[in-house]
Design a binder for this molecule. Sequence first.
Ligand SMILES: [Zn+2]
Length: 182
Amino acid sequence: MPGGPCQLHRRGVIAVAASAMHCKCEPVLLNLAKAQTRCGMSRPSSVMNTTPRPLPRLDADNRAFWTGGATGKLLIMRCANCATFFHPPRPVCRNCLSEQVQPEAVRGSGAVDTFTVNYQAWYAGLEVPFVIARVALDGAPGVFLTTNIVGCPTDSVNVGDRVSVTFLRQEDIFIPLFEKIA
Ligand SMILES: [Zn+2]
């Protein structure tokens, strides 16, 4: 559609209004990231939103996980009886039901198990696009964190990518996010 906005732009799927009026891209609906590349726009990066997020309410069980970033540690609950790591944090081991559980620092590295790219600004000020991923943690078999992959183009993220934790502080919460390991 020379000279006018493409179907994606008209539909508001691609939220780059300034470029939309001169877009000559094809209306490719299956892969938005590739569609944006075809538009000649820069590759969208997975942003680390610094706008205030809905924050978890701290309690005795989850406090270590959400505040461990203050000392640079990713703290995951582990059972002292059977050595199983588990997440989300809870006062009883999911494997053996022991109450002898406590937070333990893991390496902070892992691999992308699965992911999706979010283009929807779910609340005011939320920057898009960004990658929502499930990360399998090294050294904690069976533990997966749902998180964001930040600091890289959204179309550069793949299943199996090696990632490392970084923390975004908001109030007293240190949100564990992940960056690709170069
Ligand atoms: Zn156990």
